[in-house]
Design a protein around this ligand. Structure first.
Ligand SMILES: *[C@@H]1O[C@H](CO)[C@@H](O)[C@H](O)[C@H]1NC(C)=O
Length: 338
């Protein structure tokens, strides 16, 4: 969970970690009277496109009360984004949540939140709050989207993204900036990347499995932290997060230059795949191919599940990259998405 994982990271952002811990532990020293306490750091898991229910249950129904559901903004852990407020009879929705969120009200004690058609950015920390005169109570629940984290670098080279550039770059590849929890999970699955990248909370990290001098000296394996960085003045790579897709990625053999590759996909009623889409097909649909192919961002990549000698001799499974070759003269296949 977020909190535990944050505490594993030592270095330079203690004050920020403290803020998060304070946030989580707000009600820990108080027994809740009206709300059922979920198991510590309750977590709901779902995939993109699915519906999810975030459970919240009353112990007793107070005579007068209001229920407020909100989502915690990852950049400002103290600020809340209100989803809906109900007085037990009527529900008022806020902003974008109108079409997406509803109060389940399966029985008299049920104040669970239903979310439909989950999107990547729906993951995060939600708060169920009972407002009852002076005695407000709240419980928090984490919604995780099942997915895959991938590092992303600009076509202009290493460390070119401000925080906002990184956010945009991920969005353009059918992804969002990853959370710390998502990066941590991917690291346990074998992600190693010796370049620092932005996460969605404005911190910068990099995941290392095989410590070596160029990647943080003699520190043990782990997620290395630069802590929170300046969002417009400093530049790094990005860690993007994506999930399952409705369509899938397939390979069209070359030799093709970039324009010919785009055309080859179009002829098949498809388009050149986004980086998020090839990662999704690799992770969830078992896409494996020992041939470099063009993607829509102008990079050339190939997805490997079982590493083989004759396939570059790369030691780890993953979507490997040839970088951004010259579009007019380099010849590869094409990875198309349909
Ligand atoms: C999600 O909820 C909506 C609205 O309640 C429903 O129409 C849809 O079938 C549900 N989808 C899934 C995958 O259960």
């Amino acid at each position: 969970m977020n909190c535990v994982a944050f505490m594993v990271v030592t270095t330079s952002f203690l004050s920020w970690t403290d803020a998060v811990n304070r946030y989580f532990s707000k009600d820990n020293d108080k027994t809740l009277q009206y709300l059922m306490e979920p198991p510590v750091y309750a977590e709901i898991k779902a995939r993109r496109g699915e519906n999810a229910t975030l459970p919240c249950v009353l112990r007793t129904v107070p005579s007068q009360y209001r229920v407020k559901w909100s989502k915690v903004d990852p950049l400002h852990t103290e600020s809340e984004n209100i989803i809906l407020i109900s007085n037990g009879h009527e529900v008022k929705h806020y902003g974008i949540w109108q079409s997406k969120a509803s109060l389940r009200q399966m029985h008299a004690l049920d104040i669970s939140l239903c979310l439909t058609k989950l999107e990547l950015q729906d993951c995060g920390l939600y708060q169920c709050e009972l407002i009852n005169g002076i005695d407000d109570e709240r419980v928090t629940i984490t919604l995780s989207i099942e997915g895959v984290v991938f590092p992303y670098q600009s076509s202009h080279g290493r460390y070119k993204f401000t925080y906002f550039d990184a956010k945009k770059a991920c969005a353009e590849q059918d992804a969002t900036l990853a959370t710390y929890t998502q990066l941590y999970r991917e690291w346990t699955d074998g992600l190693e990347w010796c370049n620092a990248g932005w996460l969605n909370d404005g911190t910068v990290h990099y995941p290392i499995l095989n410590p070596r001098p160029a990647c943080g000296k003699d520190l043990p394996p782990g997620i290395r932290s630069y802590g929170p960085r300046h969002k417009t003045k400093e530049r790094y790579d990005a860690f993007c997060f994506t999930s399952t897709t409705e369509g899938s990625v397939f390979y069209v053999p070359g030799p093709l230059n970039f324009l010919e590759a785009a055309h080859a996909c179009k002829e098949k009623g498809a388009s050149l795949a986004l980086v998020g889409q090839i990662y999704s097909s690799w992770k969830f649909l078992g896409l494996e191919r020992c041939d470099g192919g063009w993607l829509q961002d102008g990079s050339v990549r190939f997805p490997i599940i079982i590493p083989k000698k004759r396939c570059g001799g790369l030691p780890q499974p993953g979507v490997h990259s040839f970088g951004f070759p010259k579009k007019s003269i380099s010849l590869y296949g094409a990875y198309c998405y349909r």
